[in-house]
Ligand binder design. Structure first.
Ligand code: J2J
Length: 560
């Protein structure tokens, strides 16, 4: 594989040429799509966040003005900004301004802490970090200052809210500018190329720390267009973004960006709490929303509860406008899937996607059996899929195996990760996601499991290896194994098995406290600890995680 100078892995030239010839890649930067929408619908509302309402004209104005101010700070094309913002209009405007200026946002999660942020800042050589001052009493501003102090390349801390001296006022940076026409000319002339990196997404993490995924303007634009077509996004679409929007799913599948490309309206909400989400759906006339299965379950329960209380449903149907509910990120149980239409009144669209590229979706007009029991099929005719056994031999339809994929929006390697790339990609560029999938004769995929060492906690991915390596910092621990345990709401939670040095003891709160001190995102902290005399191994001497998963499942069942 060849590498560009900055560590991103390009597509081979013959594939790139084919993707261009077919029109998948338009060599148009992401910001240009937004400006086209703004030209068509200047008066329409683009973005809603609480009391803030931003029209397309204002969005375009803010985008270019902010891009100019980023350059004024001394940032240049291909410089990176570590972005850690909650769901708010500032996230969207900053992301668009970065696209416009060719500056690359690194999509960190609000849940990340010192451990993840310092690693991401260093790997991406970020020159700036953007945060909200505080979220739920946690000072992201203090953490950001700390990260900046420890990252040689980082010279700017951008803060939305109460801004400490020495930091940059992000809200002011994102304000509309004085001369939109000139700003636009300037950025049109210096626009990033289609092959340039548009953003860094984070991998779900199968080994060690999360990898960075470089998404180019070309491939991400196509990702957005292809998913928008399948989900039928138009200028009349009203989208509610409730999942953390730095995730690929609510960002671009079709998500915020797809809806803004089309001239629709995006409503940003910081959490999917059903009371607030339903009220927002009613208030804004939301037509499309994205959820993980755990959120769907909460919505179903809430709805059934309020239905019992309301006698006159006609007048109080808060979800009347909701046409499509997209669900993915982890496996949606068939029996939950069957309730979506009858209880919420929206068409279910199952989505099996990954930040690494490939997106599968059920179609809006698929029969109920397909919608409720499969995770759909690729969104593009150019997505290539193979289902293979352990030796890499293709399997027939109906037999579950490991999924491999290639295509115009599935990059050929992680950023600066040669060693990992050699394992995650075949020599001819197929990406193995680690999911075990069955392809039905009708082409739809059913996710049966996975053979990667990851815990999927309600859609948030946790690398077992990452947690184990931190647990080994504890003196008492001789052997550690992080595995998933079943959870009724989240699907899976993290359970830690350990063996200890003779004469030592360890409690769950010891482990939790230690990880918290390390500054690890809260969702990665183990929720159960099992101290054992011996951890079982397989014939080849690896930890037998399957047996451990079964063991903890039995323990939970026995304890009711
Ligand atoms: C089972 N497992 C699933 C599903 C993802 C759209 C939707 C999801 C993601 C995402 C995304 C699943 N059933 N329906 O980026 O754009 C698991 C698989 C997969 C991994 C990818 C999008 N949908 N998964 O979840 O990068 O194991 O992307 O390989 O976070 O989530 O995780 P991530």
């Amino acid at each position: 594989t060849s590498h560009t100078r900055d560590g991103a892995v390009p597509w081979p030239p013959e594939d790139a040429a084919r993707y261009r010839a077919k029109g998948y890649w338009e060599d148009k930067p992401l910001g240009a799509y937004i400006l086209e929408a703004a030209d068509r619908f200047p008066e329409r509302t683009a973005l809603v966040d609480g009391d803030a309402r931003i029209s397309y004209r204002e969005l375009a104005d803010r985008m270019d003005a902010a891009a100019g101010r980023l350059l004024d700070l001394g940032l240049r094309q291909d410089d990176r900004i570590l972005v850690q913002l909650p769901n708010c209009w500032q996230f969207t405007v900053l992301t668009l301004a970065c696209f416009r200026a060719g500056i690359v946002p690194v999509m960190a999660l609000p849940a990340h802490r010192q451990f993840e942020l310092s690693y991401l800042a260093e790997l991406s050589e970020s020159r700036a970090i953007a945060v909200r001052d505080t979220i739920k009493d946690f000072s992201h501003q203090d953490l950001a200052k700390h990260i900046a102090a420890g990252t040689p390349a980082m010279s700017h801390v951008l803060v939305s809210g109460r801004v400490d001296q020495g930091n940059v006022d992000l809200d002011a940076l994102l304000a509309p500018g004085g001369d939109p026409i000139n700003a636009r000319k300037q950025f049109d002339a210096a626009a990033p190329a289609g092959d340039d990196t548009a953003c860094f997404l984070l991998s779900g993490g199968t080994t060690g720390l999360p990898k960075l995924i470089t998404r180019t303007h070309n491939d991400y634009a196509y990702n957005i267009k292809a998913t928008s077509a399948v989900t039928n996004v138009t200028a009349d679409t009203v989208y509610l973004g409730t999942l953390p929007v730095s995730h690929n799913f609510p960002l671009a599948c079709p998500g915020i960006l797809g809806v803004l490309f089309a001239g629709g309206r995006v409503v940003m909400l910081p959490s999917p709490e059903p009371g607030k989400a339903f009220a927002a759906i009613e208030r804004e006339g939301v037509t499309l929303c994205t959820a993980v299965p755990a959120v769907v379950q909460r919505w179903l329960e809430y709805r059934q509860e309020t239905d019992r209380q309301e006698t006159d449903r006609q007048e109080t149907d808060q979800l009347e406008t909701l046409e499509v509910l997209q669900v993915g990120g982890s496996r949606l149980a068939d029996e939950i899937a069957r309730k979506v239409k009858p209880v919420l009144g929206a068409t279910l669209q199952q989505v099996f996607g990954m930040a690494e590229g490939l997106i599968n979706m059920t179609r809006l007009d698929d029969p109920e059996d397909v919608v409720c029991t499969t995770q759909g099929r690729p969104v593009s005719e150019a997505d290539e899929i193979r289902i293979v056994d352990e030796s890499g031999t293709d399997l027939p339809d109906g037999v579950a195996g490991a999924i491999l994929t290639r295509g115009p929006y599935t990059p050929r390697g992680y950023y600066r990760a040669d060693e990992h790339n050699a394992r995650a990609f075949t020599p001819d560029g197929w990406y193995g996601s680690g999911d075990i999938v069955e392809r039905r004769p009708d082409g739809n995929l059913v996710v049966q499991g996975r053979d990667k060492d990851m815990i999927n906690r309600g859609g948030e991915k946790i690398s077992a290896e990452e947690i184990e390596s931190l647990v080994y910092r504890l003196d008492a621990v001789t052997l550690a194994a992080a595995v998933s345990m079943p959870d009724a709401l989240l699907g899976e939670k993290l359970c830690l098995f350990v063996t200890l040095k003779p004469g030592t003891a360890l409690t769950l709160s010891d482990v939790q406290e230690s990880l918290r001190r390390t500054g690890v995102a809260a969702f990665k902290i183990p929720e159960k600890l099992v101290v054992v005399d011996e951890i079982p191994t397989t014939k080849v001497g690896k930890i037998n995680k399957k047996q451990l998963r079964e063991e903890v499942a039995r323990m939970l069942q026995a304890s009711g």
